[in-house]
Design a protein around this ligand. Sequence first.
Ligand SMILES: Cc1cc2nc3c(=O)[nH]c(=O)nc-3n(C[C@H](O)[C@H](O)[C@H](O)COP(=O)(O)O)c2cc1C
Length: 305
Amino acid sequence: MAPMVTFSFHGDNGSYYGKQHIEHYTKRAKGGAGLIIVQATSVFGAVDFTGMWSTGDIAALKQIASNCHEYGAKIIMQLHCGNMDINELSAEEIHSMQMNMKQAAIRACEIGFDGVEYHFAHGFTLCKFIDASYNRRTDQYGGDALNRARVLTQILPEIRNNTHKNFIVGVRMGEYLPESRDGIEAARAFEKAGVDLLHISFGMQPPTNPVPEGFICSPITYSGCKIKREVNIPVIAVNEIRTEEQVRFLIENDYVDFAAIGRGMLADPEFANHVINSEPVNMCSGCKRCFWFSDHNLCPAGIDE
Ligand SMILES: Cc1cc2nc3c(=O)[nH]c(=O)nc-3n(C[C@H](O)[C@H](O)[C@H](O)COP(=O)(O)O)c2cc1C
């Protein structure tokens, strides 16, 4: 299950996460998802327990992790660093963000999550670091691909020292940063530093290049397949994967290691079981009503949360 912010949900007693989230994720774990990536969660507040890290949030997230485990799913928390202009950040501000990034991972581990995924995609703060055309920094966080990835790679040893040995540290990123070779270099920099898992969506902008003939998924999904050929760590592909045929095409041909399903799992919480059992999927129509500030309870495919 791909990370998807549940914009219409709210927690209990003023917290962000609550009963609605617990039901939402448990239902998808029960529906056979092997790996659930919980929605973008801000790292800010992980040091001082503000924001998404209040006592109520932590209780709800613990429950989400344990319920998902009960149904056999692994669970990862996507960690988000907002949308700042990285060229304007002082070294101290970067250091403070890194403290939050590190602490959020350690807390996710304590809460019972199997790992974290840093959100280096979709043009947000971390994405701007690894995009070669956006990042104009002249310090250790700008310049070549190793420097541009440093915002995470620098703190990885401390994360490892404070989490158990199987704790997964992943990165969600794009291929075109802005050229394909920049994405490949970034992927290799993360791999070299010890990142466990890459999840390929898009960077500052979605790619529009046509896919090769016979490739039955989208250009974004194709990016995942390309990065897979360049690294030796597992790769997740995503975007508009809606049918059993597409899932089997990607996995059975070894194009990638995981097929992430986003909207398809809003439309059909049992998507994974239906694919595994070759049963009909309640298919996402791509109407995009679930996107951003709309209410995904209104999914016309008919989910009832
Ligand atoms: C309602 C909604 C919320 C999303 N929130 C996130 C998010 O928190 N983090 C993220 O990286 N992507 C987010 N996305 C993008 C999805 O993870 C996924 O990449 C995208 O929807 C394409 O996959 P799909 O066609 O299977 O839905 C969101 C998408 C939707 C529809």
